[in-house]
Design a protein around this ligand. Sequence first.
Ligand code: TXE
Length: 480
Amino acid sequence: MKIQNYINGEFLPPIANGWIDNYNPAIGEVYGQIPNSTKEDVEKAYEAAENAFASWSNTTLATRSKILSKIAELIKEKLPLLAAAESKDNGKPISLAKTIDIPRAAANFQFYANAITQFSSEAHESIGLNAVNFTLRQPIGVVACISPWNLPLYLFTWKIAPAIASGNCVVAKPSEITPMTAFLLAEICNEAGLPKGVLNIVHGLGTTTGQAIVEHPNIKAISFTGGTKTGAHIASVAAPMFKKLSLELGGKNPNIIFADCDYEKMLATTVRSSFANQGQICLCGSRILVEEKIYEKFKKDFIKKVSELKIGNPSEENIHIGALVSKEHLEKVKSYIDIAEDEGGKVLFGGNKVTIIDCENGYYLQPTIIEVKSNKCRLNQEEIFGPVVTIMPFKIDEEALQLANDVKYGLSSTLWTNNLKRTMQFSKQLHTGIVWVNTWMLRDLRTPFGGQKASGIGREGGFEALRFFTEPKNICIQYE
Ligand code: TXE
């Protein structure tokens, strides 16, 4: 099947007729093709967006809200189709796509359908000067949304929904590795009555299509989620043009476990936070730090639980771990396991590729637990982004905090303790954008979402995203 670009409400092939193969990671076979769009396609998408802007930015909030709600409704209606497409494209268990990815994509639209009707700006009265200031928050114009392959529709819609809710028109690019649900979303947008040109989706490689979007002089803001290296590159291209940037990048998140925690809840959640979506979530807790007192017990119990996870064909309902997203990614993740021993680490569980009957060429890897001696090793410093976690013990709070913060990344952290004083001390001193205490991945869409340090700049979510996608303008009126 050939996916098409979505420009000005129409489905179009790429102008230069360049195509890329699309793989099904569960079986390692090509099952379709996607456009490798060039600068010309991006220009066409930009022009459609630019033409739609005057009208869309003047559309009432009630109308915008209604259209976004309709999109949410249609996503829910088509959940089985979208979940199957996501699982096939990405390799994730169908159960995960059905319960997390697709419901969240609908929730993103529903949330911003409501949020835009509640968004407000400030007024400042300059007392004694007979003046009043108010802030106009106007849409930026044509903006770009570029998203990755790990949570394809979930992250694509997390950007698009606030961008269009606040009156912008969008040129968007999903990952070339997982383009299918973005393509299906385009059909939904037409069905929901989204006016032509408000959302335009161009498919293609990061280095061609993505680069053309980032370089476009009139695309004034870029919301990007992806690798830290790509984020740095995009920032270097965008900075001289003074584009507004929101970058949600990689993580190397600590999962800090104290002996006084609710042990069973911690254990069950830690299995999830380590291996959900084959460990391919930027929020996964890939460095597990355990208080020495319970280290040996935790090690034994954790290995046992992880050994019970079922790896298999992602289209089957009862599996926990599906395929990694691509052959290249599988090799990258495996290369970290291969250096474990040289780095003084010991593989406690897993470490091997897995062959699944009838899916012999799929990209399967065992969930892998590696015990490390130091936080300085590459396994603990670099984002692996797969089903690989490291564990190491610590003795006291200060040591745990120091280890937790001793990485270049700062996206999220998880803390397991029932001590309130410790909770507050860690919450204040952890250098991450998100701190989960006695839970993981509990998301309230109103909260600011994003990272510190090499995990990015800016925040998504809630009104933060609406602020990002609008330009504040100070109006100062003096009166007699
Ligand atoms: O991501 P890329 P990749 C991390 C993870 C992974 C690594 C590389 O560690 O192993 O990044 O993954 C588009 N201009 N994360 O290479 O390339 C690209 O087409 C404009 C963490 O797959 O960053 C895709 O749409 N766009 C992350 C998007 O950027 C460009 C999730 C992300 O792809 C571009 C994914 C360019 N020059 C990977 N180059 C997270 N934070 O959740 C690429 N793209």
